[in-house]
Design a protein. Structure first.
Length: 358
């Protein structure tokens, strides 16, 4: 298979003194590593070669890990999570199979947490209002979009028929509740029972469409990518919370930090951690006087898959609104993830993610 060259990316990385993910360090060490690397086809086993599972189990569409079919055949809930400093630590989010992060107004971010297994989801939040591009992300995974409030742009899509579980609906009191330990609007939560009540009230189903196939490809075995740049510390270009990830070689996971400290789930005191980080660069524009953002998520663009200490350049493609985003290597072949939880971020094209070795 033809090898791909990893091009250097500068900009913000020059200012910070780091290498932008996707760049190549010109060192004797990296040249030595290149000479002993062999191609992806020779080193990486794919999802088609995974071991068959016992009856009643399947490989999760979201994580590639074995799960009971009673869980794996259910559409996830995609919940808008507050990520402003007044709202942390959040509750329940360490249980999410996928976490999305994007900028919203005033340089803050919000999370969209997708939960397929909600059996132990006793408290999740705090929950905030929808932004229209998060609805595209939820649609990528056929998720049940759940929110408390919405921007005018998200409201346009809801009024046009996009189904959601909404806190501003007549049934909202059965789904969401407020706590007394925080001030509004940072005190809205839900739970397994609340989410199921919302599902019943809206008449939506958690059944996947007939013939549904997951959009991710997974390696059959844990794999270190044959090509890519060192990515043991990954810094996101979000100035308010300044999130970053640190790779732990012992368990092969990326641990998340923000606001200068570990990003913790208040319900179990666990730090958020992921097997894969997916970066999707997209053109950004401001579409209101209130600094509402928009991202060009239909079409194609560049990105990164970061796993097992390496960052590999990819492209993403989504041809129409009804399509789903797919990821490809630079040579056009489908990209692969390692089995496990994933963090996915839509990042403005002009602000590259930066990586470094420890």
């Amino acid at each position: 298979m033809k090898k791909r060259n990893i091009l250097a990316v500068f900009g913000l990385a020059m200012i910070l003194g780091l290498t932008a993910c996707g760049g190549k360090k010109e060192t004797a060490e990296s040249e030595t590593e290149t000479t002993v690397q062999i191609t992806r086809a020779e080193t990486e086993t794919t999802s088609e070669e995974r071991e068959p599972l016992p009856e009643g189990q399947m490989y999760s569409y979201l994580t590639g890990e074995p799960v009971d079919e009673t869980i794996g055949m259910q559409r996830p809930f995609a919940i808008m999570i507050n990520n402003i400093q007044d709202a942390i630590p959040q509750s329940g989010i360490s249980q999410a199979e996928i976490v999305y992060e994007c900028l919203v107004e005033s340089n803050i971010t919000r999370l969209l947490c997708e939960f397929q297994d909600i059996e132990n989801l006793d408290k999740v939040g705090s929950i905030r209002s929808a932004r229209h591009y998060y609805m595209d992300l939820a649609q990528d995974d056929e998720a049940v979009f759940t929110h408390f409030g919405q921007s005018i742009f998200a409201e346009e899509r809801i009024n046009a028929g996009y189904p959601t579980i909404s806190g501003l609906s007549g049934y909202g009191g059965n789904v969401f509740y407020r706590t007394s330990d925080r001030v509004a609007p940072h005190n809205v939560y839900s739970s397994k029972d609340g989410l199921l009540a919302g599902l019943e009230a809206t008449g939506m189903t958690r059944d996947y469409p007939e013939g549904y196939e997951g959009r991710f490809n997974f390696y059959a075995k844990d794999t270190v990518p044959a090509e890519g740049e060192a990515a043991e510390i990954v810094r996101m270009p979000f100035s308010y919370g300044q999130p970053w990830f640190e790779y732990n070689e012992e368990d092969g996971l990326y641990y998340r930090y923000q606001y200068g400290e570990a990003h913790i789930d208040a319900e179990n005191n666990e730090q958020l951690k992921f097997k894969n980080l997916i970066i999707q660069y997209a053109a950004r524009s401001v579409i209101s006087d209130q600094d509402h953002q928009d991202y060009a998520l239909i079409g194609s663009g560049e990105g990164l898959i970061i796993t097992n200490g390496k960052a590999t350049k990819i492209t993403w493609k989504r041809e129409t609104e009804s399509d789903r985003t797919k990821y490809y290597y630079e040579d056009g072949t489908p990209a692969y993830l390692n089995a496990g939880k994933s963090y996915i971020s839509v990042v403005p094209s002009e602000t590259p993610v930066t990586c470094e070795a420890k």
